[in-house]
Design a binder for this molecule. Structure first.
Ligand SMILES: N[C@@H](CCC(=O)N[C@@H](CS)C(=O)NCC(=O)O)C(=O)O
Length: 215
């Protein structure tokens, strides 16, 4: 196994940090974790972080930013167990669904957590329902489950799991059972939430923390 000094600069309740922590745990890679206060970012962090965002992974003191890039690097440095498909087309598809999560799901979920405007909330719920339909269609093309690409937990799963870790907060805010009409997606979410790595990286007070920042 490649030998590198890894330090992940983190924030306790950040879903993007969770993604990278899940990948490090799944591969059982030794790493240091440094938690910072995002409302009072230390100077040393601002010096090495072009966007001032976490996660940031230092690999032998080289800073790497963007969770998606960090996770692919971990996969390349520590290929076992494999978390990305071999075939370029399958890899491209996996990346597409990671981008889909970033661009469609995260924003609309954030609206559910943090907006108090009825019209904006209704729109977000509609976008999410359409997105759930799309994801279910994709899940239904698999030969087997329970994970996004089959029987192995992969990088796409590490991106979707933090979202499901945050479901409870949306329910507490009165948005009901978001997966009421999406049984396949519910089964997928349950498989991810069952995973030790996903449970382990979840902050103890995650739901309370989201609720304390919502309207
Ligand atoms: N696209 C980035 C998003 C990271 C991100 O938005 N991190 C948030 C915390 S969850 C952050 O660092 N916010 C601080 C800021 O924007 O000043 C990634 O995937 O790594």
């Amino acid at each position: 196994m490649a030998d590198h000094d890894l330090r992940l600069i983190s924030f306790e309740t950040c879903p993007y940090v969770e993604r990278s922590r899940i990948v490090l745990e799944e591969k059982d890679v030794d790493h240091d974790l440094t938690f910072i206060d995002l409302s009072d970012k230390p100077d040393w962090f601002l010096e090495i972080s072009p966007r001032g965002k976490v996660p940031l992974l230092e690999v032998d003191d080289e800073p790497i930013f963007e969770s998606y890039v960090i996770n692919e690097l971990i996969e390349e440095l520590y290929p076992e167990p494999p978390m990305f498909p071999d075939h370029p087309v399958d890899r491209a598809q996996a990346r597409s669904w990671i981008v889909y999560n970033n661009d469609v799901l995260m924003g609309n979920m954030a609206t559910l957590w943090f907006s108090d405007d009825d019209e904006t909330l209704e729109e977000a719920r509609e976008h999410l329902n359409d997105a759930f339909d799309q994801i279910e269609q994709q899940l239904e093309t698999r030969d087997e489950g329970p994970y996004f690409s089959g029987s192995n937990f992969g990088l796409v799963d590490a991106v979707y799991a933090p979202l499901f870790n945050r479901w409870e907060a949306a329910e507490e805010l009165g948005h009901g059972d978001l997966l009421e009409e999406h049984g396949t997606l519910r089964e997928y979410s349950e498989a991810l939430l069952d995973r030790d790595s996903v449970q382990h990286v979840r902050a103890d007070d995650l739901t309370e923390s989201i609720l304390s920042h919502s309207h």
